[in-house]
Design a protein around this ligand. Structure first.
Ligand SMILES: O=C(O)CCC(=O)C(=O)O
Ligand SMILES: [Fe+2]
Length: 343
């Protein structure tokens, strides 16, 4: 059962980021409900039905996806990528963290803002994880050791890229556009995708319960796979932290900042965080941020702007948005707070 523990406020919640403040401001002091098992609140979208030959089935599936995007902003996707491909990718990540020595992994410590592979180990009160980030698209980069790692991850990217294009088509349709609208606007043939492969807790004791602090992610959407449930929470439209319990055969999809910008706020990029369970559960996840191409200029589309809905975000290229706060491309940090136009 959910327990009401107080009124959500920036202060009580210790928030530091304007993006988060804005989001919480727009929620008007709603009751804060502690993280609990609300997994049944997260909708499931069947990818195969979005392309069904039966037009009634297809229309229903698209309507369901539209509701999932607008009323939630995140959903479980089934029948997109074969379970064996997801399992293979997760095994590859587990092998990377467990079969290599830390000195080998630290070869990928930050060298420059042009890194295409980057490793990091965070153990402080605000963040506790070991991660490997790689650029997945348009050029795929990955360490070559251990054996099979690169191929297993590459197979997931190849399969998921098709799904990404399919979802972009379906979302274009439900927004009232022709199906290649997002693909063209975001120039997805050169879409800039970065994966964060995460190990929680890191390979030494964590300094607190925060795995990843609350944030939103840039891009069209994030696709997330994991080996076990535990820790990922997403802040719903009505201000509840929802525990994400991904069904075994599903991929978690969370809409990103640049879809929020394109739709002038009709669809929202949702705040999420990872809370560690006393360091008792070891968990591996891979969050892939599927972005526009670096040179794609993203601004609110004219169809979402009128007198009562003035542009709520400034348009910039994807690259500029990634670099706005002094971060680099592989950091893929949100800058939506800086792009919001205060009205
Ligand atoms: O590990 C997770 O469940 C989420 C990680 C995440 O949010 C990220 O890497 O952006
Ligand atoms: Fe994230």
């Amino acid at each position: 059962m959910a327990t009401t523990v107080g009124v959500l406020s920036k202060k009580s919640y210790g928030l530091k980021d304007e993006a988060i403040s804005h989001s919480l401001d727009s929620m008007n002091s709603v009751d804060f409900v502690s993280a609990t098992d609300h997994h049944d609140e997260i909708p499931t979208v069947d990818y195969s039905l979005l392309f069904s030959d039966d037009h009634v089935e297809r229309a229903n599936a698209l309507e369901h996806l539209g509701k999932a995007c607008q009323e939630f902003g995140f959903f479980y996707l089934v029948n997109g990528v074969a379970e064996s491909v997801v399992e293979g990718a997760l095994k590859g990540i587990s092998d990377f963290f467990h079969l290599t020595k830390q000195e080998e992994r630290s070869e990928y410590l930050k060298k420059s803002s042009k890194d295409r592979i980057r490793w990091g180990l965070r153990s402080h009160a605000g963040e506790n994880r070991e991660f490997l980030k790689v650029v997945a698209h348009p050029q795929y980069h990955c360490p070559s050791k251990p054996a099979d790692f690169r191929d297993a991850i590459g197979e997931y990217y190849k399969r998921f890229h098709e799904v990404e294009l399919g979802l972009a088509k379906a979302i274009s349709k439900i927004l009232g556009y022709e199906e290649t609208y997002i693909e063209k606007e975001f120039k997805l043939e050169a879409g800039f995708d970065v994966s964060a492969m995460n190990l929680y807790p890191p390979s030494f004791h964590s300094k607190g319960s925060i795995g990843v602090p609350d944030h939103t992610d840039p891009g069209l959407f994030v696709s997330l796979i994991q080996d076990v449930n535990g820790g990922l929470q997403v802040l719903s439209h009505n201000g509840k932290w929802i525990s994400v319990n991904i069904p075994r055969n599903a991929i978690f999809i969370n809409l990103g900042d640049h879809l929020e910008i394109l739709t002038n706020g009709k669809y929202k990029s949702h705040i999420h965080q990872v809370i560690l369970d006393n360091n008792e559960v070891r968990r591996i996840s891979m969050a892939t941020l599927h972005g526009p191409s670096l040179d794609a200029f993203v601004a609110p589309a004219p169809e979402f702007v009128d007198e009562s809905h003035p542009p709520a975000y400034r348009g910039v290229t994807y690259k500029e948005s990634l670099e706005l706060n002094g971060y680099d491309e592989i950091d893929v940090q949100s800058s939506i707070a800086q792009l919001r136009i205060s009205i």
